[in-house]
Every structure is written in structure tokens, then in C-alpha cells.
Design a protein around this ligand. Structure first.
Ligand code: FVH
Length: 294
């Protein structure tokens, strides 16, 4: 342990699943005194071997550190776990890195503040193996003073991004990234299903797919500029040309025995945008079709 360990804030990590264990381990490696609690106590073992102090009860974990980091499966469990020790939360900072909706984050913030605690909701943009590495980052939202006080501590996990004082914003940003990922992944699964239907090994197709998606990722800032300016006119690929091509894409899928149930709504969205007079615009216009304004 580094010699400045005593100077670093103590952290209690509650919830030692795959992610909670990675968080606790990263805090330990950064030299923080770490106390750990988990419903199934056996999971504290590997962290105790790394230098963590086991807390037999939630109350012990809350008493041990002013900074409490929770990483459970869902937010209902956060409330279940903290409710019995609510009186001990005054003066603590609760950082909830459990997956949940923005509304749940706001409700937990209000509840924690009622009990005299500062609250930060978090969205972890990493898998456990990425924690503390260069590509990991976490969104935080809620109490700005708490974020600023512990920002350096949070950097033990990876990048620390403050999303705003509205406690719901960390979850909202996190889900926006996850939605981008799931959308891209579902395209990838269709692509593999299609080549496999023609007997092409997935391995052979992986490289062209990777190259194409990497090239297309360059569109992200172009889309952002169009969305922020409201000018979606394109010299790349119009909605009209996509409207004409999409039936062929759908027919190719179904002719190869692959369901078109994911792409049919995509075709419908494009058709609606063209019918609304946006045929000359680029694909970024679809964000407006998804969120119709009054
Ligand atoms: N793993 C990942 O890649 C993602 C990356 C992004 C963030 N997510 C979120 O992190 C939360 C925890 O995920 P996890 O991967 O650590 O999940 P598990 O390994 O299944 O651990 C779950 C922990 O929750 C505890 N737990 C479950 N139910 C209760 C309860 N009723 N009371 C108290 N604790 C509970 C469980 O305890 P135990 O089963 O070991 O006793 C684990 O500690 C999650 O929100 C992800 O969406 C991870």
C-alpha cells in the first residue's frame, strides 16, 4: 500500500458482485482505506486478502467511512439496504453506482438528503475488467460539492464526468450510451446472421465489418452538428435514397430466412420522415422523427 494511504479518504463499498469487487479493488490499489460489505459475506474474502476491512453489517460499513459507494443489482435493493441504517447516514456521501432510471436517481437523492446525506447517482461506462483503465469512465450527478470533494478519489476508477446537479442525469447519459451500443450491436448480430445464412464464416466477415463501422463512427460529430444547428441537408446519403434502398435490405433478410422485425420499424421511420418533406435531409433528421415536437 502506498505510504500516503492515511491521507486518502476512506471508502466503504457495499455490493461486491463483479462490478462492486472491481471498484473496491481499484480503491485499494489507489491506496484508500476500504471497508467492504456484501449480502453474501463470502464475497468479501478476495478483497480482504487485498487489504480491505470486512464489515459484518451494513451499519458497520456506514460507520466506517464518510464515503459510501453502492453497487447492487437494482435500485430497489439500495433502498432496502440503506433504509434500516438511515439514521446513520447524516454527514455521509452516498454514491450509488447501481443501474437505475433517472427518476429513481432523483427519488434516492431526495431520500438521502432527507436523512442528511449528500447524494451522487452514477452511471458506470465500463465493464469490470476496464475499471481503473484508460477507457473507463463514470458519470456522476447530484451534489456538486460532494463530486468536487471526491473527484480525485473517483479517478481511482477511471475518468470522472459530472453530468449535472439533477441527480437523474448520470443515468440518462449512461442509458444514451447504452442505447447507442445496443443499436450498433443489433445491427452487428443481423450482419453476422446474414453472412452465415450464405455459408460465410463469421471470422471471415469480422474484419470488413469492423472497418466499415469504424469508418461510420466518423459520422457521429457530423450528426451532432446537424442536430444542434437544425440543418440536416446532406451531400452524403439522403433519406430519399435510404427509403428506396431499405425495402431491398428487408427483402434480402427475409429471403435468407432472417426476421425483419427489427429493421421494419427503421424503414417505417425513414418513410415517415420522407413523407414529412425531409427526403433531402440526412439520417440525423430521424432524431426529430423519434421525438416529435408540438
Ligand atoms: N457488470 C457489468 O459489466 C456492468 C457494467 C455497467 C454497470 N453495471 C451495473 O453494476 C451493478 C452491479 O452489477 P454486477 O455486474 O456487479 O452484478 P452482480 O455480479 O450480479 O452483483 C450484484 C450485486 O448485487 C447484490 N444484491 C443483489 N440483490 C440484493 C439484495 N436484495 N440485497 C442486497 N444485495 C443484493 C449481490 O449480492 P450477493 O448476491 O452477492 O449477495 C451482488 O453484490 C448493476 O446495477 C449493473 O447493471 C455492471
Amino acid at each position: 500500500m502506498p505510504s500516503d494511504a492515511a491521507a486518502k479518504p476512506a471508502v466503504s463499498v457495499l455490493g461486491l458482485g463483479m462490478m462492486g469487487s472491481a471498484l473496491a479493488s481499484a480503491f485499494l490499489k489507489a491506496g484508500h482505506p476500504v471497508t467492504v460489505w456484501n449480502r453474501t459475506a463470502a464475497k468479501t474474502g478476495p478483497l480482504v486478502a487485498q487489504g480491505a476491512r470486512p464489515a459484518p453489517t451494513v451499519a458497520d460499513a456506514v460507520a466506517a467511512s464518510e464515503l459510501l459507494v453502492l453497487c447492487l443489482m437494482v435500485n430497489d435493493q439500495v433502498r432496502e439496504v440503506l433504509e434500516p441504517v438511515a439514521d446513520g447516514l447524516a454527514g455521509r456521501t452516498v454514491v450509488n453506482l447501481t443501474n437505475g432510471t433517472p427518476a429513481q436517481g432523483r427519488a434516492l437523492a431526495a431520500w438521502a438528503e432527507e436523512h442528511g446525506a449528500r447524494y451522487l447517482d452514477g452511471g458506470i461506462v465500463a465493464v469490470p475488467q476496464m475499471i481503473a483503465g484508460p477507457d473507463a469512465f463514470v458519470y456522476y450527478s447530484g451534489d456538486r460539492d460532494a463530486f468536487e470533494e471526491y473527484e480525485e478519489t473517483f479517478r481511482a476508477l477511471g475518468g470522472a464526468r459530472f453530468a449535472g446537479t439533477d441527480a437523474g442525469l448520470a443515468a440518462l447519459n449512461d442509458f444514451a450510451l447504452l442505447i447507442g451500443m445496443y443499436g450498433q450491436n443489433i445491427g452487428i448480430w443481423h450482419a453476422f446472421a446474414l453472412v452465415r445464412s450464405a455459408g460465410i464464416p463469421a471470422k471471415e466477415f469480422a474484419e470488413p465489418l469492423r472497418l466499415w463501422l469504424e469508418a461510420m463512427a466518423h459520422s457521429i460529430p457530423v450528426y451532432a452538428e446537424a442536430l444542434d444547428s437544425g440543418d440536416h441537408l446532406t451531400d452524403v446519403s439522403s433519406l430519399a435514397v435510404n427509403e428506396a434502398a431499405l425495402p431491398n435490405l428487408l427483402n434480402t433478410l427475409t429471403e435468407q430466412g432472417i426476421t425483419g422485425e427489427f429493421f421494419a420499424p427503421v424503414e417505417a421511420l425513414i418513410r415517415r420522415a420522407v413523407a414529412d418533406g425531409h427526403g433531402a435531409d440526412g439520417l440525423s433528421r430521424l432524431a426529430d422523427v423519434l421525438t416529435p415536437r408540438p
